[in-house]
Design a protein around this ligand. Structure first.
Ligand SMILES: Cc1cc2nc3c(=O)[nH]c(=O)nc-3n(C[C@H](O)[C@H](O)[C@H](O)COP(=O)(O)O)c2cc1C
Length: 331
């Protein structure tokens, strides 16, 4: 049995990716992993279609709502609304580098405004009884991390924040696209370890370029960290999530096959697609289900073709599964 009882493993907030259908799918692969929503802007939560933005299936628990913004009052209302919707945690995005987010003065550019982040955090935490957490970068642009990173963490921690998820690279706000900002600035896990060493009472979760559960566990061990968060690897190779319950939480090994999960997705699609046109995104989320297996390419091609043909999601999945069975029978 592993000794990592107190570690957490999570799937990162990812715009257009970790919608409710993706989270439902990921939940089939791990009962324990903490799931994050896509970022939802505080203004949208306050003025937008709440059910569409915030509604989720109870099966997704534990699930955290990530919000974006920099107005403490609005963020407090957004956090409260998230709590009322039943989320288990509210997280604030201090890591997104996109121009749109910068022009709204939130996301990664707030790494330069620790006092404002502290005020936002305090307003949000005062509004809710569930934990409020911060997801941030190491810093931005030419910040001197020796100085700015500890100051950021200390300032926000003084406002009461005990839980930080740190994407272990800087964001470059000028000259790089959001995509390049996930690859170009070098990854630096030692900086994250340094934060934990300096603030040992804080919960520090590492994020960035983690490909497997064992890599996540190794990083936690090396830095005495409190958890790891998986982003792109969870999306593109979701089967890695099936290692989490046993390896991170000491629960029983995952007992289902990829075909079992595909069948569960078909049942889910049948229930949701009549009332929710966004269910078609499930097809995209499921592209990686067979990744690394014989037939992975056939699965992806069947899903892509079914998506282009605008078939019902349940039919697309069923046809892809039938094609996989036929391929296996013929082998
Ligand atoms: C498509 C995509 C969308 C993302 N959207 C968000 C977001 O809404 N909020 C956020 O904090 N980070 C977002 N990120 C960053 C991820 O949460 C994560 O920090 C980053 O991908 C690094 O982790 P990884 O190397 O494991 O993918 C996004 C990343 C990707 C690839």
């Amino acid at each position: 049995m592993p000794e990592n009882k107190n570690l957490t493993a999570s799937v990162a907030p990812m715009m257009d990716w970790t919608d409710r259908h993706c989270r439902w799918f990921h939940r089939q692969l791990s009962q324990q992993v903490l799931l994050y929503t896509e970022m939802v802007v505080a203004d949208a939560i306050i003025h937008g279609p709440k059910e569409r933005l915030l509604g989720f299936d109870p099966a997704e628990h534990p699930v955290a709502l990530q919000v974006g913004g920099s107005d403490p009052d609005k963020l407090a209302v957004a956090a409260k609304t998230g709590e009322q919707y039943g989320y288990d945690e509210i997280n604030i995005n201090i890591g997104c580098p996109s121009d749109r987010v910068q022009s709204g003065r939130f996301g990664a550019c707030l790494m330069e405004e620790p006092d404002l982040v502290a005020t936002c955090f305090a307003a949000m935490q005062a509004a809710v009884d569930i934990p409020v957490t911060v997801k941030c970068r190491l810093g931005v642009d030419d910040q001197d991390l020796d100085e700015t990173l500890p100051r950021f963490i200390e300032t926000v921690a003084e406002a009461g924040c005990t839980h930080f998820i740190i994407h272990a690279r800087k964001a470059w706000l000028k000259g790089l696209s959001p995509k390049e900002n996930h690859t170009v600035p070098p990854i630096d896990y030692d900086r994250v370890n340094g934060v934990k060493a300096r603030f040992p009472k804080l919960q520090i979760v590492v994020n960035g370029q983690i490909e497997t559960i064992s890599q996540g566990l190794d990083l936690c061990e090396q830095g005495a960290l409190d958890g790891f968060m998986l982003g792109r690897a969870a999306y593109h190779t979701p089967w890695i999530l099936t290692d989490i319950d046993a390896q991170v939480y000491g629960r029983d090994a995952f007992g289902q096959s990829r075909e079992d999960i595909a069948l569960a997705l078909i049942d889910y699609a049948k229930i949701t697609q009549d009332v929710d046109r966004t269910t078609k995104a499930l097809i995209r989320h499921a592209m990686g289900l067979f990744s690394g297996e014989v037939g992975a390419r056939l699965w992806r091609r069947q899903l892509s073709e079914g998506l282009s043909a605008k078939l019902l999601p349940s039919d697309v999945l069923q046809q892809a599964l039938d094609a996989m069975s036929a391929m296996r029978d013929a082998a």
